[in-house]
Design a protein around this ligand. Structure first.
Ligand SMILES: Nc1ncnc2c1ncn2[C@@H]1O[C@H](COP(=O)(O)OP(=O)(O)OP(=O)(O)O)[C@@H](O)[C@H]1O
Length: 646
């Protein structure tokens, strides 16, 4: 129905209609709809009635036709089918909103002939897919199949031991079906040892992939980033779009993304994060993310999340033995460490960003956070915050507590603080022991189109995957059709026994990367325009995004590509009671390191930490690094983060 226009009513210009047809309901052929496609939505109304229903394209992940269902027409039934997969937000009874999957199917039966009905259904599919990819489609567009956007191809790195060890289960049950609906092509590598992801990205031909997605916690992405930066072609390599799906215990980056977009996360985080990731993937959207280069005496590393020393680093590493608790491990770790609250003597130096009152801005963000903001669809605009004169348009969402849920204020005495003991610092030496099955066999039988999308993935060996990486994906087979969906190859470890993970593949010390002009050599004094604090610290976090872990809103002023770091610290003198209260409030998103002279929250571009306290723990993105003098600086927007940017 080329050239159709809706009549403007009441002075409001109706959206342009790209396609309009009469279809029957999927199961009830006598119920007929008039269906319209506009650049923003699919609108359908029962013929003869006025009650419209709308599927906003911002909520739609994909569209398939019976061509892909390979339904055999009968003489009596020459209809084709059109299925639209959408994930609208539904308001929950008590609080917040969640997305739910809705599959809307129409019977395309305008013609007496199956081929013609298929052709019409395909025309709709082409139009919807083009719109989902962000292409301009009008009523005059010739909607031939060659117009279909090419499938995005992703390399997926899955850590079966991240978080509670459920990455593979979440991936099979939730992620794969959605990737199928979105027509995304993937190859899956299941990591077999710590450092595996580093090795893979260091050696693979990146031109085979449109992006790399980790299904794990922040630690695996940290490996990927450092693997990319260890390549001679690092400058090009680090530009490959990077995405993350939350199967770790902290999930700081993933939480920060969903928070910034106002997307739900507390409930069914994998489901919601997959939706967000796929919406961005389909449009080829990325957003720049700052990178920190961090040098110790012996090595350089890159981080996108945080550097930590003191209480929070100890909690992160020492709570790894509670990994089976998921995000709650940090709560238990915090309580444990609170009992023996220690101080860490050292010198903190930083290059401040002039004119930014980070505490003042944080207070503003937090006070707005107390106002309940209704989560919205991805396409909506949001409020803005100014940092360094820049607008951060996708932020300032109200989130409720998650990881620290159940955190109760427990009264403790104001006891004197201890210095680190050998016993406590040696906790990190405990090896994680995993007993999860190491082999990979991807199967899935999820009720999707027609409630029967039995999916079996063909597997290749790890050698095939890592050694060749030739991008020749295997297409998965559908039990009853050649349903167009994700093409998948996986590495498969055929070992039947449960095996402990092996450590290995230690990354080399030398990595490439940009110069750090703000940093003097580590053995030289810092420049005169730096600020130095020489004291006993309780904790120190230097971060570039808002959350260091789920619900832990430690840097309200941070945004992904502001080109600055935010430094939070607490000095000794803070009591356990204050700490406990503070942790609870930070988890609620209502407080930052606002402790008067006992703490600070500042905006900086570079930092140096020189510990005096004997061996302890320092972390980068939650992973342990060499303990000793360390310094770092921010590199503006070096990573392309897969994330909607409209
Ligand atoms: N097969 C494996 N066996 C052992 N360790 C692995 C394996 N694959 C990856 N790893 C390591 O597991 C560590 C933890 O992974 P990750 O950070 O992704 O999860 P997490 O620590 O639970 O989550 P988060 O960092 O968000 O708190 C990383 O250091 C990674 O190198």
């Amino acid at each position: 129905m080329a050239g159709l226009q809706c009549t403007p009513t009441d002075g409001i210009t109706a959206p342009q209609v790209i396609l309009q047809d009469d279809f029957a309901a999927y199961r009830r052929g006598n119920l007929r709809y008039t269906v319209r496609l506009t650049p923003e939505a699919i609108v359908y109304v029962v013929v003869g009635s006025k009650q419209e229903r709308t599927l906003a394209l911002a909520d739609v992940l994909g569209c398939h036709t019976s061509v892909s269902l390979r339904r055999k027409p009968t003489q009596a039934n020459q209809a084709a089918f059109l299925c639209i997969y959408s994930y609208p937000l539904k308001r929950k009874l008590l609080s917040g909103s969640v997305r739910t999957r809705v599959c809307t199917s129409f019977r395309v039966d305008r013609f007496d002939n199956y081929e013609q009905n298929c052709e019409l259904a395909e025309k709709w599919r082409v139009a919807v897919r083009c719109l989902l990819a962000g292409h301009t489609v009008t009523a005059d567009t010739d909607l031939r199949p060659s117009l279909l956007p090419s499938r995005p191809t992703l390399l997926v790195l899955l850590n079966p031991f991240g978080g509670q060890g459920k990455a593979k289960q979440y991936f099979d049950d939730q992620v794969l079906p959605m990737m199928g609906e979105a027509d995304v092509s993937i190859s899956v590598v299941t990591t077999e040892y710590s450092g595996h992801a580093f090795d893979v990205v260091q050696t693979t031909d990146l031109s085979s992939w449109g992006g790399i997605v980790v299904v794990s916690g922040d630690g695996l992405l940290y490996e990927v980033v450092n693997g990319l930066m260890s390549r001679p072609d690092w400058e090009q390599a680090i530009k490959i779009p990077l995405g993350i799906l939350p199967a770790g215990s902290g999930n700081g980056l993933c939480y920060s993304i969903n928070y910034a977009l106002g997307e739900p996360f507390e409930e069914d985080r994998m489901f919601h994060s997959t939706f967000v990731l796929l919406k961005a993937t389909m449009k080829g959207h990325t957003r720049p993310l700052d990178l920190m280069s961090v040098d110790t005496a012996s090595q350089r590393r890159y981080a996108f999340l945080s550097f930590q020393w003191g209480f929070s680093a100890d909690v992160d590493i020492e709570s790894e033995r509670y990994r089976y608790l998921g995000g709650s491990r940090f709560l238990f770790g915090s309580l444990h460490n609170l009992m023996k609250l220690r101080v860490y003597r050292g010198k903190l130096s930083f290059l401040p960003v002039e004119g930014v009152d980070a505490l003042k801005q944080a207070r503003q963000v937090l006070s707005q956070n107390k106002v309940d903001v209704k989560p919205r669809s991805l396409s909506h605009s949001s409020s803005a915050v100014t940092i360094n004169g820049r607008r951060d348009d996708a932020r300032m969402r109200t989130r409720s507590v998650s990881a620290m849920n159940g955190f109760n204020y427990i009264s403790t005495d104001n006891e004197p603080l201890e210095t680190p003991s050998q016993e406590s610092t040696s906790l990190d030496a405990q090896l994680m022991s995993f007993s999860t099955e190491n082999g990979v066999h991807h199967t899935n039988s999820e009720g999707h189109v027609n409630g029967n999308m039995n999916t079996v993935y063909e597997a290749t060996t790890a050698d095939d995957m890592v050694g060749k990486m030739d991008g020749k994906d295997k297409h998965y087979k559908n039990g009853d059709s050649d349903f167009i969906g994700a093409s998948v190859s996986t590495n498969q470890n055929n070992s039947k026994s449960s095996q402990p993970c092996t450590a290995g593949g230690n990354p080399p010390n030398h990595v490439y990367g940009p110069p750090s002009p703000l940093l003097p050599p580590l053995d030289q004094p810092v420049p005169a325009n730096w600020v130095t604090i020489d004291t006993d610290f309780v904790t120190m976090i230097i971060q570039s995004i808002s959350h260091i872990s789920e619900g832990y809103f430690s840097s309200p002023c941070s945004s992904f590509d502001d080109g600055v770091l935010f430094l939070s610290f607490l000095k000794s003198g803070v009591s356990r009671r204050q700490m406990l209260k503070f942790m609870g409030k930070m988890a609620e998103g209502t407080q930052v390191f606002d402790f008067g002279s006992d703490g600070g929250y500042v905006c900086c571009k570079a930092f140096r930490v020189e510990p005096v306290t004997p061996p302890g723990l320092m972390t980068l993105d939650g992973e342990k690094i060499h303990y000793g003098p360390v310094q770092g600086q921010v590199h503006h927007g070096m990573i392309n983060l897969i994330m909607p940017n409209d």
